[in-house]
Design a binder for this molecule. Structure first.
Ligand code: GLC
Length: 404
């Protein structure tokens, strides 16, 4: 199979236009809406060969921004949909997702320089990152809280089992029920982060905060280019504050973890979250060597025959086989996670190891097609069909080390 041709074809087939807004469905059958970080992945892929569609994708994503700056994690693009994760707002969710938008916008510009594009989206970008920094960090400790696991993009990751009171062997459906209950609680506190986090679920997530740090740096870079001094100061300052806070509160035993609650209880479940700080350059090179060799490449932990496990094999919650037709963040390998790890490895000069991840990603697509996720032990595809994240291999062919 020519995976690159297939990837382009899939993005084309999943493209939709509603009310003049153009966007891409992650999967026509399973995910017939627009999702936040998925759209960022789409824009990164499209930046290589269709910058116009890449720009349109990000414009569409930002078109439903809330007054307070929040960008919702799903836009339904269909009138009248009040979905599981909606509250009071018609047509979108009331949660957000990992803030990859500045990074994606920069990639689009990097591939096809267009100052006017950056100019057109900068106010929305700035408002979004300001929302995160101001509303999701009520104590000014510089770590962003998520109010629901879905905001991490890893809906049923065992990282969240303790704050959700989920058992390690919980089923997919029981887990969904817990998250639905949490959405009801979020609704009761009107999605006001300070109240929701205090009363229900307050996780300073390692993935969300790592991605935030990198994106704040990119925001500053965009601001510099646009000569927007306030944006430049804001991005640089908060990237540094968040990176320092991650070091203070989330770093233990050589790796970064997520933490929960007022007292920053570390959520010591070994997930691929250990590797996202590589993407954001948060480990020293010595620490990175340790993380790469004793975590990532250890086959008794994360390194599986067909991909990188999202949960260490040593965790009792590890479930490589997934759940029937559903997705799972309790072990299976996911393409975007391969992409983040690939970028992280290149950032630290691990060219050979990065090439291996790329080769594994391409092999998975050739073997099982563009599936949502994969059993890392057998390579078998799981979850949605025609899922776009596999298209990120197209971006993996760009081997430039540090982009931001
Ligand atoms: C699943 C994934 C989430 C993704 C969404 C759409 O819910 O867990 O990360 O954004 O599907 O693809």
């Amino acid at each position: 199979m020519d995976v690159i041709a297939e990837a382009k074809k899939l993005l084309e087939e999943n493209r939709r236009t509603t009310d003049g807004h153009q966007y891409t469905l992650p999967s026509r059958d399973h995910y017939p809406y627009q999702w936040l970080w998925d759209s960022c992945f789409h824009a990164i892929v499209l930046s290589h060969y269709d910058p116009e569609s890449a720009r349109a994708e990000l414009h569409a994503l930002l078109s439903k921004q809330f007054k307070d700056g929040m960008v919702p994690h799903i836009i339904y693009w269909r009138p009248g949909i009040l979905h599981l994760f909606s509250w009071g707002v018609e047509g979108t969710s009331s949660l957000t997702q990992p803030p990859m938008i500045a990074y994606a916008a920069w990639e689009v510009h990097r591939q096809s320089p267009d100052r006017s594009f950056l100019q057109s989206i900068f106010p929305a970008l700035f408002a979004y990152y300001r929302f995160l920094v101001e509303k999701r960090d009520p104590r000014d400790h510089h770590l962003i809280g998520i109010i629901n696991p879905d905001e991490s993009g890893e809906d049923n990751s065992p990282r969240f089992d303790v704050p959700l009171a989920a058992a390690h062997d919980i089923t997919f459906d029981d887990h969904l029920q817990l998250r639905k209950k949490l959405v009801d609680a979020n609704t009761a506190c009107k999605f006001d982060a300070e109240l929701c986090m205090r009363d229900y679920f307050w996780v300073k997530d390692v993935l969300f905060n790592s991605i935030l740090v990198e994106n704040l740096r990119v925001l500053a870079k965009i601001a510099t280019l646009l000569k927007h001094e306030e944006g430049e100061r804001f991005g640089n300052l908060h990237a540094k504050l968040a990176a320092d806070a991650m070091r203070e509160y989330l770093f233990a035993d050589g790796v970064y973890w997520s933490a929960s609650g007022l007292d920053y209880t570390l959520l010591r479940v070994a997930t691929w979250g250990h590797f996202v700080p590589l993407f954001a350059g948060l480990y020293t090179s010595e620490e990175a060597r340790h993380v790469v060799h004793t975590e990532l490449l250890d086959s008794s932990k994360f390194y599986a025959p067909f991909g990188i496990r999202t949960v260490s094999k040593q965790e009792r919650s590890y479930r490589p086989e997934g759940y029937g037709n559903g997705f799972s963040w309790r072990g299976p390998a996911w393409m975007a996670q391969h992409w983040f790890i690939y970028r992280g490895l290149l950032r630290y000069g691990y060219t050979k190891e990065a090439a291996d991840i790329r080769a594994k990603s391409i092999a998975l697509l050739e073997r099982s097609g563009f599936r949502e996720c994969f059993n890392p032990e057998t390579g078998e595809g799981q979850g949605a069909h025609g899922f776009t994240w596999g298209a990120l291999v197209l971006d993996m062919l760009d081997e430039s080390p540090a982009r931001t």
